[in-house]
Design a protein around this ligand. Structure first.
Ligand code: SF4
Length: 81
């Protein structure tokens, strides 16, 4: 599960985030380039939070192969310490 303590530095402020485990597979950015951007190393980060994008965000979160996408508003998506 995604770890909010390891949020990518470019994530926009808000509950949605990508953590440092991203392996640059492009799945989330293919699901929604409006929500997810890529840095120079092609690591993903959340560029925007729009309530109308919730379904797309959920799809990306569930599709990430390394569980690097998280939602601090949904404790079930976060790392349990
Ligand atoms: S789906 Fe996961 S591993 Fe793939 S680019 Fe997005 S955050 Fe990175």
């Amino acid at each position: 599960m995604a770890d909010p303590a390891r949020r990518h530095a470019l994530n926009a402020a808000g509950p949605w985030f990508v953590d440092a485990r991203c392996i640059s597979c492009d799945t989330c950015t293919d699901v929604s380039p409006e929500i997810f951007g890529r840095d120079e190393a092609r690591k993903a980060y959340v560029r925007a939070h729009q309530p109308e994008d919730e379904a797309l965000f959920r799809s990306a979160l569930e599709s990430c192969p390394v569980e690097a996408v998280g939602d601090e508003g949904d404790p079930s998506s976060l790392l349990v310490r």
